[in-house]
Design a protein around this ligand. Structure first.
Ligand code: CTP
Length: 483
């Protein structure tokens, strides 16, 4: 029996796919079709596949041409499949010409002409039309985002909005955009969706205006600085069937998703403690990060990342939240902040700082072991699982592409096309983080320490930690915090 194998994504199954499957089948007696998994597509940069692996497999099955369907999950799998299934011939379209020659020592390699005039990419674009995205803001993150958007199909960055003509003109020319606006209303009139990368204090007003004008919004974190504003924005979006998404990039990164899934699987037992740190030393006090009016400070600037992983793993209902922070005398912003969240049976600490440098890792500790995500854990690419027995250590790696912003954009576009709110970072989670930021601003459960006094600092930290522990102990209903 002659066995033939072919591979593909087979998204929105079309006549090109049918043709190649028929011709492949005709070359042997038994046809195996390898359909890519969602995760594999994500890893190889195919971020906009419309249908899930299950739907794509079902469509291939319905053609009646495949004798067997397998899932392609990783680079290098083809060699193993050829050996495992005793394959005689691999068939692939001419867009792959010469790229599979390395398989010739294992089986016959046949390239067939592609069917002209049809592709999944075209069908996706017809089905969903290319979304016109505008960028509100022209700072560092806005520019990184424009670069990353080139890796996401189904979207075109068209216009940039900003208040300084000279700056937006430069960005427009640098990235060859269609134009620029200093008038936000006119800018909104020309786009389908907006990415808001303005100073934190402006997020609420600009997101609200865009939603009221019927535009989808992807807003940099923190989405707003208060719980009520975040709730209001989500309500406006829901009432108008619009997508509102908070751009905490870590939440959309493939390795992070894997990390959360594994941590929740019980492999390290019950999660009792999370310690997540993100510090970025900033010395130039003229920058936005040191401007309290613009929502500066280490918690608003960096807090979303550690709070994201804590929220993902422990949820949005801690019994207590406390803050230990240190302030910059000149600007009054918090230059370091330690947010301690006490849950019924666990405790978590989010450490952030713009005036302190710490190892930027994350440790998730459980009753059976712990997970170490090394620095920079928020660009999640690698993590280790450790147990008492060192021989049992497990290591995981999933590539983090470019600057990582492409993942949140791909999810945003998918949500718009599928008319479903993003599930990787939800409204409830956004609202929770906004409330943590707001409570700090209102001075709820906060304790300031003086980092300028050397030994004094250490003494006050010990004293405060002790006080907090007493408070935590007394606020526990059941289980106890692990410290
Ligand atoms: N194929 C083909 N003719 C087409 C489109 C695809 O022969 N017009 C073949 C490909 O060469 C490959 C298989 O069908 O062997 C599966 O291709 P896949 O990548 O799933 O389809 P595309 O339409 O090329 O998808 P995309 O546009 O997302 O790249």
């Amino acid at each position: 029996m002659k066995k033939v194998i072919t591979y593909g994504t087979f998204d929105l199954l079309h006549r090109g796919h049918l043709n190649i499957l028929k011709r492949a089948k005709a070359l042997g007696d038994y046809l195996i079709v390898g359909v890519t998994s969602d995760n594999y597509d994500l890893l190889r940069g195919k971020l906009n596949v419309s249908q899930s692996t299950t739907e794509r497999i079902e469509n291939v099955r319905k053609t009646g041409l495949a004798d067997e369907i397998i899932i392609e999950e990783y680079d290098g799998q083809k060699i193993n499949d050829i050996k495992k299934y005793n394959v005689d011939t691999i068939v692939i379209g001419s867009d792959w010409l010469n790229k599979l020659d390395y398989l010739k020592p294992y089986c016959e390699v046949v390239y067939l002409d592609r069917t002209k005039g049809v592709s999944s990419t075209d069908l996706r674009n017809i089905k969903n039309r290319i979304l016109k995205l505008g960028i509100a803001g022209n700072g560092r993150i806005a520019q990184r985002f424009i670069k990353e958007a080139k890796f996401v199909s189904g979207v075109e960055v068209e216009y940039v909005y900003g208040r300084t003509l000279e700056h937006i003109k430069t960005v427009c020319e640098k990235f060859n955009l269609s134009g620029y606006f200093t008038d936000y209303d006119k800018f909104l009139d020309n786009i389908d969706a907006v990415y808001i990368a303005l100073p934190h204090n402006l997020h609420y007003d600009y997101a609200k205006k865009a939603l009221l004008k019927g535009k989808h919004v992807l807003c940099e974190k923190p989405i707003t600085l208060t719980k009520s504003q975040t709730l209001e924005l989500y309500k406006i979006a829901k009432d108008r069937d619009l997508i509102l998404q908070e751009g905490i990039k870590t939440a959309y990164v493939p390795c992070f998703e894997r990390l959360i899934g594994i941590a929740k699987s019980g492999i390290i037992g019950a999660i009792k403690d999370i310690d997540a740190t993100f510090t970025k030393l900033i010395s130039d006090k003229t920058l936005r990060e040191y401007n309290i009016e613009l929502g500066g400070g280490s918690l608003t600037e960096l807090g979303s990342y550690p709070l994201c992983i804590i929220t993902k793993l422990l949820g949005t209902n801690p019994v207590d939240i406390g803050y230990i922070y240190s302030k910059d005398d000149e600007t009054s912003v918090d230059i370091m902040n330690k947010v301690i969240l006490t849950y019924k049976d666990s405790i978590a600490t989010a450490n952030v700082g713009i005036g302190i440098k710490k190892e930027g890792n994350c440790v998730i500790s459980g009753t059976d072991g712990y997970i170490l995500v090394p620095s920079p854990w928020w660009k999640t690419e690698y993590f280790e699982i450790h147990f008492e027995d060192q021989n049992k250590t497990q290591k995981f790696f999933t590539k983090f592409e470019g600057d990582g912003l492409r993942y949140e954009l791909a999810d945003f576009i998918k949500s718009i096309n599928n008319k479903t709110q993003a599930y990787k970072w939800t409204e409830e989670e956004s609202v929770f983080v906004s409330s943590i930021i707001e409570n700090f601003k209102h001075g709820k459960n906060v304790k300031e320490i003086n980092t300028r006094g050397g030994g004094e600092f250490l003494n006050s930290l010990i004293e405060i930690s002790f006080n907090i522990l007493i408070r935590l102990f007394s606020s526990q209903e059941g289980g106890l915090a692990v410290c």
